[in-house]
Design a protein around this ligand. Structure first.
Ligand SMILES: Cc1cc2nc3c(=O)[nH]c(=O)nc-3n(C[C@H](O)[C@H](O)[C@H](O)COP(=O)(O)OP(=O)(O)OC[C@H]3O[C@@H](n4cnc5c(N)ncnc54)[C@H](O)[C@@H]3O)c2cc1C
Length: 620
């Protein structure tokens, strides 16, 4: 069966990367086909029922400011939401929401099905079709052929996935879903070399088998701000999490049964994330720890299932249950689904350009877990970037990339394509060198213009933002000439908040003090803004000194980032450039001198030689 319709973009996989890729490319006006193994599993959350967290929340906010969907989707389906690190400054704050998994997936599916220009079909893609070395379409296991200008693979943990529980293993891309074997073979034929990676998930517990009277509520506190700058109202936030702890008995059971875990005892296993260890790893790597915290997170309003965050394992099911039941409050717990480990194929992202196009096959893009990352948020932003770039390249427009100083999306992309991965990559705030700029609160200030130019931001939203921005800028200027006088009324406000002042100062300088807040200015009758605009004015003023310093660093590196390296630049025969550096540069093919300098092991001297060679080539 041949479907002769030629799509502009074909997307393989309806996970978090695939959904954003499909929506972004269709919303930019392309004709798009999304093929996925099961229509019932679109936007499924394979592991924890949560979106966001430190640095991950920033990714979601940035995606929202560019015109992505994840933020709106979680706002509509969350059952709890908190801004983490409220006691720290704005740059350390990130949002995290508990999702109703079923609602999350349902709403995203509905959004895809209602998107103009987007066809969604259930099919297992088995082959990538190429013509003259460029992607030209895909074939499916049941014999269909679809032609398309660009192809984006977002196959997650499915490529030659193997699921391990105890002494058994079976092929699978996720529990009870088939692995993608033929697609992996097709990619191998095109010359892609896979690396094997792994991850794991805890068992799911019946909510009514947990004795909550023996557990403490787990509440991170924090404001309830929506993820999306467009969301006006959140659903009722009634989901509650609980804190539990493993103990010596739990650890004894796990330790004594390590040999019964084929996955754990096998020498030949994929690389797992160090930051997210299984219980087997925890008891062996931290033998002195007498307990580990487990957070019990509801999977949804009506699901009746609970996710015990922190207790992933691939031990046999009877051992898993015995170990879980040693935990106070879980003595009579029952499983709905056992825990398991999964090993799957990914590809070194150094084989990609910053546009997520593969260097090997023109018009073929990879996004999400296939690039060695882990996490819904990391996958979603890559899908978005790949979708946007696939559309831009249809008519030869410049790729859309973000700098490390502009967004954690820029940090993620640059880390992936420049350094590659040695374990599943997740975003941490520590990966960004310009953290003070990359705050959640100013995502629209950094990125909305880009989203608008891509055609992904409505004029209504842009107008709302422009008005807010203008009012914030005006207020910041006004506060420079307003004084906080030490009259009786102001003194009362200051005393109540525990702020000591021995003389008056401008409202602007008052806000620069760590303890000064816009809220206090309002109580003194000196602040004119409300809500988000008020918070933005306060944050901009508070950070202004630090940001000015950081801007100097950005400017210093900007010269390196501006020095573009042509895609066909030859590193052969550059006088004075050692062979090992030439090989590294040839492999990564950096797009700027700045990126070249970030290649692991690259020396300043080599970058200087390259700089001279680029200047010379430019003159010629
Ligand atoms: C067991 C397990 C535990 C995990 N634990 C964690 C964790 O603790 N923390 C964390 O951050 N992340 C975890 N993850 C990873 C998280 O699920 C992924 O990072 C995220 O879902 C990746 O999104 P994606 O879009 O790249 O892929 P996925 O969400 O995996 O989606 C892939 C999609 O591709 C489709 N597909 C695959 N092959 C084909 C084909 N040939 N044809 C058509 N469609 C195809 C699938 O049907 C699926 O819809 C875990 C995943 C699993 C499976």
């Amino acid at each position: 069966m041949n479907f002769s319709k030629t799509y502009d973009v074909i997307i393989v996989g309806g996970g978090h990367a695939g959904c954003e890729a499909a929506l972004a490319s269709a919303r930019m006006g392309a004709s798009v086909l999304l093929l996925t193994i099961s229509m019932d599993k679109i936007a499924a959350m394979s592991c924890n029922p949560a979106i966001g967290g430190l640095a991950k929340g920033n990714l979601v906010k940035d995606l929202d400011a560019l015109g992505g969907e994840m933020a709106k989707n979680i706002d509509a389906s969350c059952i709890q939401l908190n801004v983490l690190n409220m006691r720290k400054g704005a740059a350390a704050q990130s949002s995290r929401a508990q999702a109703d998994k079923a609602k999350y997936a349902y709403r995203m599916t509905e959004t895809l099905l209602n998107q103009r220009g987007l066809d969604v079909k259930q099919a297992v893609v088995s082959d990538i079709i190429t013509e003259n070395g460029a992607a030209a379409g895909v074939k499916t296991l049941c014999g269909q052929t679809f032609y398309g200008g660009k192809t984006i693979i977002c196959s997650g943990t499915f490529l030659k996935g193997k699921i391990y529980i105890g002494a058994s293993f079976q092929e699978g891309g996720r529990a009870y879903e088939p692995a993608s074997v033929e697609l992996s073979d097709s990619l191998a034929l095109l010359g892609f070399e896979a690396v094997r990676l792994k991850t794991g998930t805890p068992a799911r517990l019946r909510a009514d088998s947990i004795d909550y009277s023996r557990l403490a509520p787990y509440d991170t506190g924090g404001d309830k701000r929506p993820f999306s700058f467009e969301t006006e109202k959140l659903p009722p936030l009634e989901g509650r999490c609980w804190s539990a702890y493993t103990n010596e008995e739990t650890h004894r059971i796990v330790r004594e049964n390590l040999s019964r875990s084929l996955y754990y005892s096998s020498a030949d296993k994929g690389i797992g994330p160090r930051y997210c260890p299984s219980m087997e790893d925890k008891v062996t790597k931290f033998p002195d720890r007498s307990r580990h915290q487990i957070i019990l997170e509801p999977e949804g309003e009506a699901s009746g299932e609970v996710y015990p965050n922190g207790f992933s394992t691939s031990l046999p099911v009877d051992v898993q249950l015995a170990a879980y039941r040693t935990i106070e409050g879980l003595e009579n717990c029952r499983f709905t689904r056992p825990a398991y480990a999964i090993e799957y194929e990914g590809f070194q992202p150094t084989g990609l350009y910053s546009s997520y196009e593969t260097k090997k096959v023109k018009g073929l893009y990879f996004a999400g877990q296939i690039n060695g990352t882990s996490g819904y948020e990391e996958a979603a932003v890559q899908g978005f970037m790949a979708g946007v770039n696939a559309v831009l390249s249809l008519d030869g427009r410049e790729p859309f990339t973000l700098g490390r100083d502009e967004s954690y999306i820029g940090v993620l992309t640059d880390d992936l394509v420049t350094k590659g991965i040695d374990e599943p990559y997740r975003m941490f705030t520590s990966r960004g060198e310009y953290r003070l700029r990359l705050r959640e609160d100013n995502a629209e200030y950094r990125l909305l213009d880009y989203g608008r130019r891509l055609g992904l931001i409505s004029e209504k939203r842009y107008k709302r933002f422009s008005e807010e921005k203008a009012s914030v800028e005006k207020e910041i200027e006004r506060l420079k000439s307003v004084s906080v006088k030490l009259n009786a009324g102001n003194r009362a406000v200051l005393e109540k908040e525990g702020v000591y002042m021995n003389r008056g100062q401008s409202a602007y300088d008052f806000l620069k003090r760590p303890e000064g807040s816009y809220d206090m200015l309002k109580k003194m009758g000196l602040g004119k803004l409300e809500g988000r605009a008020a918070l933005q004015a306060e944050t901009m003023i508070k950070y202004s000194g630090y940001i000015a310093k950081q801007n100097e660093d950005v400017a210093r590196f900007a010269r390196l980032e501006k020095r573009k390296i042509p895609a066909d630049f030859s590193y052969d025969g550059i006088a004075g450039l050692r062979r090992e550096y030439a090989e590294k540069l040839e492999k990564i093919r950096p797009s700027t001198l700045g990126q070249a300098l970030r290649i692991p092991g690259m020396s300043l001297a080599a970058a200087a030689i390259l700089d001279v060679a680029l200047k010379k080539a430019g003159k010629n």
